[in-house]
Design a protein around this ligand. Structure first.
Ligand code: GLC
Length: 812
């Protein structure tokens, strides 16, 4: 069953059957003002922080589903009939109303045809201004003149998610609203500068024009489905100091047959004055600024996407890589995973491992943000060499006075409380940073980044903004030394609090995954060290030692053991009844370069044999059925869900990459295809979730909901999918001085093309596969000139900025 399609030309996912089983979401805003909304305009807006600076309120996980939102109501003033331009909240019968939702890149269009009126509400946020534009168009398709009342409505938040959800005894009396000069202003009296506004073009001073009080607009014993103001046909000019506030404005629109009119509502950050300024900018007759802001947003995304465009025989891969997967990866970097309908903003900051991985995925499309994330992470590293698992970058900026002071005592953490100890360190966290830094340098060529100095988190002095500073290269050494030091009785890295798998605590035991990650980080570090002409002999020695310990202790004759509990029990080994085979140890054995090809092949064969399902690879098999705290929380999650043998998406691309390292392009594609959301576009009765997004996990076969996908958007799966597909399957890898072409594709592919912009030069690459192989490059020419090419890959030297280069590659 399908509910929509990929519109490749407009880069939109079009939901043309609107009653999708769960919310299908999208993100707007790419800077300070941001929002997350579903296919029926339910969702919320925030400014900088979804935890501390909500603009509009959201009632997550509720009934009715995912409300409130940013709604436009239309009322026929001749009949009294009313509806919304998004299907909900009024929810007209789909027998008489046609609804479409177009999820585009940082915008959403809600379209509706009902009772002879076509309407559209476009939500987007201009690149430069913290204001949400609701661009509304209405056209009369009937043959009679129509007199309509059009209401824009949104419910304001008390800014802090806690204040919206608990202990109203202060917040209810410290927020006020007022209407003047056509602008609704809400004032969070207890916060300096705590203002929001709602306004529109062509306002009026009439009391029927506005309502600032939610409960007056909606009415008692009613919901957003049937607000009294809409039913009645006008607002009542309400405002008050104290209470729950909304922005509600009523426009009167008359339409002759065939006539179209456009109006704009504006919801923004700032006080009445800011609202007036934004209104004169975006609502001036002709709305040209709104049009150019929308266009600029399109250009913003085009520029990013144009850095890498592919054309392969695989339509799904083309659609995902050319648009959706990069979009998802970028959104993760921008939003740092903490605003969705699942992560409703109650936990913010940067997760060390998540952010390190996210930053690695977009250095080509977002070098500035990648770099600033890397710097934030470097400052969140302790001088012991472990990262702070969850931290706010502001902690490591020079102190400024905090604006919010609640009358209720909320203890303010001391600096020492912010720097957690070894007990809370996750063994993998900081290791991810090393490849991210190296990949950033490979992409940008900015070798000098390695010599820049930053302070360590535990030495930082917020008063002066200083601390013990060392170079990026030194930070990397600290991380590697930490992992070399923190090993257990088998010589394998300790798991500490946890490794990548948050739920597999291994009770303080040892983690194969961390040792393999250590190896991977060493490979990257040594490559950089060599390029910089540094003495890296210590780390080359370390790498050999890690590899030897892994082979000796983790190879179990069939695949790679996942680790050891504190009492020395092996996990993920043939002797286990449950949790016998795990993704992390086997994929990372190969991906890290530590496994021999023979062991690597049989490890990945075990992945295929035990973990493959038609919806992707399970995290482990068999699922755990008995709580066992020595193994971890994973044993207390139902079978087939989350880390307990669900198809956890994030590690799936590790397997694609690992297979390409073994030269098995058909296997890599089999795995890619299984997880690919695009491929499930017509299986929504099973998948339920968005087919344009990777989800954190897909329910595994041990559960009755096998195949159902959960937690879209905010997952590292997209970044990894992009990384594995482009760098390993299509095989385009920037190095310090060369662009490496090393594809590993299905043998049935006759050819493919990639257009890559790298260091300001364009590489138009055609790869031919006349012999139907999966791997191996026999010839490569750049602008007709042969370049260095071993039987495995080709190396294209970096070309001058501004040039367009024609590259032909022959596999064989
Ligand atoms: C969640 C966490 C991530 C972790 C993963 C697996 O996605 O955000 O840090 O690695 O679960 O447990």
């Amino acid at each position: 069953m399908k509910y929509g399609y990929f519109d490749q030309t407009n880069r939109e996912y079009v939901i043309d059957r609107i009653d999708v089983p769960v919310s299908w979401t999208n993100y707007i805003g790419v800077k300070d003002m941001c929002g997350v909304f579903n296919h029926t305009a339910g969702g919320y807006l925030f400014y900088k922080s979804p935890e501390f600076h909500r603009v509009t309120r959201f009632r997550p996980n509720g009934v009715p589903m995912d409300r409130p939102g940013h709604y436009v109501y239309v009322r026929d003033d001749d009949t009294g009939d009313y509806w919304t331009l998004s299907w909900q909240p009024v929810g007209k019968s789909l027998d008489s109303a046609k609804y479409i939702c177009r999820h585009g890149l940082s915008y959403i269009k809600y379209q509706c045809e009902y009772s002879g009126i076509w309407g559209e509400e476009t939500l987007f946020i201009p690149l430069e201004d913290p204001a949400e534009i609701w661009d509304v168009k209405l056209r009369n398709h009937s043959d009679r003149k129509r007199r309509l009342s059009v209401f824009g409505y949104a419910e304001f938040s008390f800014h802090r998610i806690q204040s919206d959800n608990q202990n109203f005894q202060m917040s209810l009396y410290c927020a006020g609203s007022s209407f003047q000069d056509g602008v609704i202003e809400t004032d969070l009296f207890y916060e300096a500068g705590g203002y929001q506004y709602f306004t529109a073009d062509g306002g009026s001073d009439d009391s029927q024009y506005f309502d600032c009080l939610r409960d007056v607009f909606i009415g008692a014993y009613r919901t957003e489905t049937n607000p009294i103001a809409v039913e009645r046909g006008f607002c009542s000019g309400s405002s008050e100091l104290g209470g729950n506030h909304c922005g509600a404005l009523r426009r009167v629109v008359e339409l002759e047959p065939g006539q179209e009119k456009r109006l704009i509502f504006l919801l923004g950050e700032g006080n009445r004055q800011a609202g007036k300024e934004m209104r004169s900018k975006y609502c001036a007759p002709g709305f040209s600024q709104a049009d150019s802001a929308f266009k600029a947003l399109g250009n913003f995304w085009n520029e990013k996407l144009e850095k890498l465009q592919i054309s392969t025989p695989h339509d799904g891969m083309n659609a995902m890589i050319n648009t959706w997967t990069l979009y998802q990866a970028e959104i993760n970097v921008m939003f740092s995973r903490f605003a969705s309908f699942i992560e409703v903003g109650g936990r913010t900051g940067l997760g060390y491992r998540d952010t390190s991985q996210d930053a690695m995925m977009v250095p080509h499309s977002n070098p500035k943000k990648s770099r600033s994330r890397l710097v934030e992470l470097l400052k969140g590293l302790t001088s012991d060499g472990y990262g702070l698992h969850l931290f706010s970058p502001e902690w490591f900026e020079k102190q400024t006075e905090a604006a919010f002071k609640s009358p209720t005592v909320v203890p303010r953490p001391q600096k020492s409380d912010l720097i957690h100890g070894l007990n809370d360190a996750c063994a993998d966290d900081a290791l991810w940073l090393i490849p991210s830094i190296v990949e950033f340098i490979r992409e940008t060529g900015e070798l000098s980044f390695a010599e820049e100095k930053f302070p360590y988190a535990d030495t930082f002095d917020p008063e002066t903004g200083g601390g013990t500073s060392e170079t990026v290269f030194d930070h990397m050494k600290k991380i590697l030394d930490f992992s070399a030091r923190e090993i257990g009785p088998h010589g394998i890295c300790k798991g500490l609090r946890a490794d990548w798998n948050d739920c597999l605590n291994l009770g303080g035991g040892e983690s194969a995954m961390v040792s393999f990650l250590h190896h991977w980080a060493l490979v990257h570090f040594c490559a950089l060290g060599r390029r910089l002409g540094k003495d890296i002999s210590k780390y080359e020695g370390m790498m050999v030692k890690v590899r030897e310990s892994c082979e000796r202790e983790l190879w179990n004759g069939s695949w790679y053991t996942r680790g050891f509990t504190s009492s020395g029990r092996a996990i993920g080994s043939p002797e286990n009844k449950e949790g016998k085979v795990h993704m992390e140890s086997n994929t990372w054995a190969v991906l890290s370069g530590a496994a021999s090809p023979e062991h690597g092949k049989s490890a990945m064969d075990a992945v295929d044999e035990f973990l493959y399902t038609p919806y992707g690879l399970k995290l482990c098999d068999p699922a755990f059925s008995e709580p066992d705290d020595e193994v971890g929380f994973v044993t207390r999650v139902y079978k087939g869900l989350k880390e307990n043998a669900a198809i956890f998406s994030h590690p799936n691309p590790w397997a694609w990459a690992a297979e390409t390292m073994l030269g098995r392009g058909d296997r890599a594609m089999k795995f890619y295809d299984a997880l690919c959301p695009y491929n499930q576009n017509d299986q929504i009765e099973v998948r339920k979730a968005e087919p344009y997004m990777y989800c954190q996990f897909v329910v595994g076969p041990d559960h009755s909901a096998f195949g159902r996908a959960h937690h879209p958007f905010m997952t590292g799966s997209a970044g990894w999918s992009y990384f594995a597909a482009t760098r390993f399957m299509l095989g385009l890898r920037p190095d310090f001085d060369n662009l490496i072409v090393d594809p590993c594709i299905p043998s049935s592919w006759p050819s493919f093309n990639v257009r890559r912009v790298w260091r300001d030069a364009v590489y138009d690459i055609t790869v031919e596969n006349p012999k139907g192989v999966s791997k191996g490059v026999v010839e490569c020419k750049v602008n007709g000139e042969p370049v260095k090419c071993n039987s495995k890959s080709a190396e294209i030297p970096v070309q001058s900025p501004g040039t367009k280069n024609h590259v032909t590659v022959v596999m064989g």
